[in-house]
Write a protein that binds this ligand. Sequence first.
Ligand SMILES: Cc1ncc(COP(=O)(O)O)c(C=O)c1O
Length: 384
Amino acid sequence: MTRPTRALIDTEALRNNVGILRSRIPATTRIMGIAKADCYGHGAAICIPVLQECGIDTFGVATIQEAIGLREIGVTDTVAVLPPPLEGEYHLFPEHDIETVLSTPEMARRMAAAADVCGRRVRVHLFVDTGMGRNGVRPADALSVLEFCSTFDSLEIVGIASHFATSDEPENPFTMEQIGIFDRTLRLALDAGFRFRDIHIANSGGLLNFSASHYTLVRPGLALYGYHPTPELQSTSGLAPVMSLRSVIGNITRMPAGTSISYGRRYFTPCETLVATVPIGYADGVMRILTNNLAAIVRGRRVPVVGTICMDEVMLDLGPVDDSQPGDEVILIGSSDGDEINAWDIAARAGTIPYEICTGISRRVPRIEARQIAGDGTQNGERT
Ligand SMILES: Cc1ncc(COP(=O)(O)O)c(C=O)c1O
């Protein structure tokens, strides 16, 4: 039996988000769906088939293990690992037909050797550091690394790529500087005769905030899952959060005024009140730093989460008069009766970003596809 604490994955919202992103890019620009961290915590087994149905046939992940994981659930599309390969993992790229980024001659040499051993070519993207300061070849060295890559028959150069540092800030001029550096590097490569299937730099922020960054491929992650990376633009973006986090009331106790709740006695009931337990805690991804700084929706009403967040439980102060019952739904992320709590709201309270909220929902929480059944509201499906 599935646990009542669950993350419902709204595949209609996912489709909606792909549609919105497509409407913001040229018809010829393709989308690489960023699927790392199990589709940002949403569950690749649910999300990938939907993204494929939406016409996305290229996926980006963060590790070769994630890439192999996609192959294991039957993904035969193009899969690229976005950070450069790590020691001991080169052979896995040709073995599983996974695309790689490269940024040094040594990486090229080693990937070519792995490809030769396997007897299969590896498709590679040159990754250029235009200002992220993380991975990539310095722009001045890009052409020589490309030329070195092209000396290996076992490497097929298919892309040139970079990554933004500040594209979530529409007014920050640094993004246009990065685009300028990328343009000049690209121009040098094209002038030298290189041709690329994929020219890509745009994450969600680039896609949504900087149309000059679209090129032939965009790499949205967060926006697919319903969040604009710029919080001020969330409400007008049309993007719909894909995940809702739901649990139920465990039990309800009438507590006298002045009763301390939970570890450390960080909350005292202000009056006689009904306190409910909910079987979700920091081991599920409800961060302890949210102690006395979180709300939930119960029966269409916002109620405070009170007292120190425990590993497996949180408490709600339902107030002195309330007709909630054990088993009633508790929404921590999601909407009900016109009210909504989204991952940006929680991130603001926790001093973080929705990426961390969504990817922090732990494996203990089952991901369940929410099927919209006409006239009948959201129903729980069984694709997990
Ligand atoms: C190289 C690369 N491309 C694309 C993305 C997707 O970014 P976002 O989720 O902001 O769209 C990421 C995520 O951090 C990334 O590291």
